[in-house]
Design a protein around this ligand. Structure first.
Ligand code: SAH
Length: 211
């Protein structure tokens, strides 16, 4: 099957992303929350605008049902590799990619074990560590190990200091860090309201010293 043409505008990408199924039975211990389509589009366009998607090799860590990975392929990534620990999510993502005919490979595995060659760009919406403190750490470690170009990620605003320090330690620098709108439908029983609003940042981190 031939891959669909890239979306002509952001609203079209958002509509396409909305049609990628979320988790049928989200597992709270894995913080399975599909990235809201608008937020996913925000991350992908940020990366595209900085030259980190088109014709690049992309790695999505904790790919879930595939919104970021598939979106990157739509925007012209040369190849997309995606790692996800939950087999149920992997099969949903694979089924979606098959019907779309896109260059995305979904692998079942833990991000801490990810090996292989480095990629140009890492994208990720890791667990925020809200259920289990520090759950985001292996994601950031894997991202800094595998990216040779840039990292685009969401994180709770609480994690700013940790991420900024880690970037410096790893010889990278922050190109942009801004709060973004993040509203989720109620998914887990411990959520009391019908929507949950979180203080979330979008990060753009460049590997290498500041210019
Ligand atoms: N990137 C997806 C899902 C984000 S939710 C999207 O944008 O919609 C975070 C994902 O990380 C979940 O799918 C969860 O199963 C996965 N995950 C949690 N811990 C993991 C680990 N150690 N290794 C790989 N995946 C993990």
């Amino acid at each position: 099957m031939t891959a669909p043409a890239p979306p002509r505008r952001r609203s079209e990408l958002v509509r396409r992303l909305e049609r990628i199924p979320p988790f049928p039975r989200p597992r709270p211990e894995l913080e399975q929350v599909a990235t809201p389509a608008a937020a996913a589009a925000e991350l992908l366009y940020e990366a595209l605008g900085r030259g980190d998607i088109e014709d690049r090799s992309v790695l999505d860590l904790g790919s879930g049902t595939g919104r970021l990975a598939i979106g990157a392929a739509w925007l012209g990534a040369r190849s997309v590799r995606a790692i996800e620990v939950d087999p149920a999510a992997v099969s949903i993502a694979r089924a979606t990619t098959r019907t779309l005919g896109l260059p995305v490979e979904f692998e079942e595995g833990a991000v801490a074990d990810v090996a292989g060659t480095a990629v140009d760009t890492v994208v990720m919406n890791p667990p925020f560590g809200a259920q289990r403190r520090g759950a985001d750490r292996p994601f950031w470690d894997a991202a800094f190990r595998r990216a040779r170009g840039a990292i685009y990620a969401f994180a709770l605003s609480d994690s700013r200091t940790f991420i900024a320090h880690r970037a410096v330690e790893r010889g990278a620098h922050v190109e942009s860090n801004r709060p973004i709108a993040w509203e989720l439908p109620r998914i887990f029983p411990h959520h009391r309201r019908t929507t949950v609003r979180l203080a979330v940042d979008l990060w753009a981190i460049r590997i290498g010293p500041p210019p």
